[in-house]
Design a protein around this ligand. Sequence first.
Ligand SMILES: [Zn+2]
Ligand SMILES: [Zn+2]
Length: 255
Amino acid sequence: MLLTVLGCSGSIPGPGAAASGYLLEAEGFTLALEFGNGVLSRFQEERPLFSMDALVLSHLHPDHCVDVSSLYVARKYHPEPPSTPLPVYAPAEAHSRFVAAYAPNEAERSSLDFTDVFSFHGLGSTVEIGPFTVDSAVVAHPCEAYGFRISCGGVSLAYTGDSGPCEALDSLAAGVDVLLSEASWTHAPDRQPDLHLSGRQAGELAARAGAGRLLVTHVPPWTSREAVLQEALSAFGGPGELVVQGGRYEVGERT
Ligand SMILES: [Zn+2]
Ligand SMILES: [Zn+2]
């Protein structure tokens, strides 16, 4: 399983840095995970425009999904559009959210049919998407939001989405080969609960889970990436690094 980072800027895009967007590839299947600000542009730098086979969204905050509106335009109006709708696995409000984001007024909204472009599927249970087994569970964030455990060929990756510490993350991450964890700020007692992980909390999650490797992501442009990483590494005690835009990470069995 190959992880490619399209974008990893937390909360907003940074200068030359897209917000959340990842590719997971195995057996010729391309699964896109998150589609935040700037990710459609980055996708086209990495792969042909219509080459993704499915899309998974953890939640519907803009930095994780807003470029779906542009993907709609591409798949609807390109002179040679894809012949089948793109499967999108997302929270229940995804369809209405993207219709509202695309169409500025009620008249246009009511005439809009997304079903020839996207087929929406819910989250919260185990689904097979191409060669991947995708488990999802509700995590601690102010809207319907999911964390994931994605397995293929005997290896597994857990991804936190946006979340504060919670039992669902512990269970998704238990024993994974790679934990891709958000860390949105340095640790402090007055951080808003049930919103994000600190670097320390990301490291503690990896340690409790016994993860093989920790990949830290979703650091906002106003936060020190090095400070977040140092917290995470000292709490984890295992191998870890900050992901970078354009980075490629082989998810293999631990050595
Ligand atoms: Zn976010
Ligand atoms: Zn969020």
